[in-house]
Design a protein around this ligand. Sequence first.
Ligand code: PMP
Length: 283
Amino acid sequence: KIIYLNGEFLPEEGARVSVLDRGFLFGDGVYEVIPVFGGRPLRLAEHLDRLAHSLAETRIPDPLSRQGWTALFDELLSHNPGGDRSIYVQVTRGVAPREHAFPEAITPTVMAMVNPIRPLGDQVLAQGVAAVVIPDHRWARCDIKAITLLANVLARQEAVDSGATEAILVRNGLATEGAASNLFLVADGVIVTPPKDHSLLGGITRDLVVELAEANGLPVMETRIPEDSLQGAEEIWLTSSTREILPVTRLDGRRVGHGQPGPVWQRVHALYQDYKAHLRQEA
Ligand code: PMP
């Protein structure tokens, strides 16, 4: 495995960061995960826009131009060949003596690596997954893809401890998103997902799902989801770059809809698979 670190491509064992890195000390950094199918990054422009947003909002200077990022990812992929993969890229504010306020002269630490994407298992596609509803203990700027993920880690672990795959987070009576995924439900035949605001991460998969559904005549509403509308939903899905569109068939131990991945999911899942197939063909 070859890692990109601060301008160099290194074997994983040789890629080292100082213990004074503010990512390590404060979680002072941001990241992106970009899925790659057939050698082609999916929605690269949108991922770079979101990275630029995360950097701007945390006041970390963008260390590379868009062309620079694209060239870096191309070279990193060529060093790490494989099938379906994802690029993980992280930028921290950099290395400096420990002090909360920004140091005056500091250079961001840039790291990128490639990980395999595991396909969704046949069992998941046939039966869906379980989720649990958990209070959202995160900060108030969930639109920033910050590496500071303690609340997400604890929520996901709580889900796993109760035999579920993902946690659905609730704040002020509203279901916002998963610990590492966006939330969709189907109610009265309409696909519903919360609007993008500071309470959730604007997922690239989320936007693509909305776009594919609308382009194919499926009704979509971007509207807030009260916690108490989860139990009556016909279908619940969770979307992310690496797990695509996960059908949730059990919520807090109770069946969602008929307890099977639903017909609207089947449709949107197929549209997403077609989209990926076209991307692969263009490679
Ligand atoms: N919300 C959160 C909190 C996430 O961590 C993620 C995935 N990293 C998502 C949503 C989904 O975003 P995307 O579709 O861009 O992977």
